[in-house]
Structure formats: structure tokens, C-alpha cells
Write a new protein. Structure first.
Length: 66
């Protein structure tokens, strides 16, 4: 019974935790704007692709360090 109560409290805390939510939302919005710009202006599509590749490699390196 105690274990169930602890699990419930942990899930409630997790559901209420919103730290980092704004950063994720801004990153998603920037990504959508970049994709839209690439679709509208094909001349910038190559540089947008390069930026996304660089971000991806940095994120992969950070994930492997932790």
C-alpha cells in the first residue's frame, strides 16, 4: 500500500513539473519556421539543412556524454 502511494505521489509531481517546457516550445516553433522558410525559399534550404545537421550532431554528442 505504501509503494502504491509513493508511485501516485511521484506521478503527480511529474505531471505538475513544467520546467523546460518553454524552451521546447520555442525550439519547435523555430524548427517549424525554418522548415517553412526552406519550403518557400529553396535557396536557403541547403543552409537550413546544414544547421539542422550541426544541431543533431551536437545533441548526439551531449547525449553520449551523460
Amino acid at each position: 500500500m505504501i509503494l502504491i502511494r509513493l508511485m501516485q505521489e511521484s506521478l503527480i509531481k511529474l505531471a505538475r513539473d513544467v520546467r523546460g517546457q518553454d524552451l521546447i516550445e520555442y525550439a519547435l516553433m523555430a524548427g517549424f519556421v525554418a522548415v517553412a522558410a526552406g519550403a518557400v525559399m529553396p535557396s536557403v534550404a541547403a543552409s537550413i539543412s546544414t544547421i539542422f545537421s550541426q544541431v543533431s550532431s551536437v545533441m548526439a554528442a551531449a547525449a553520449s556524454q551523460s
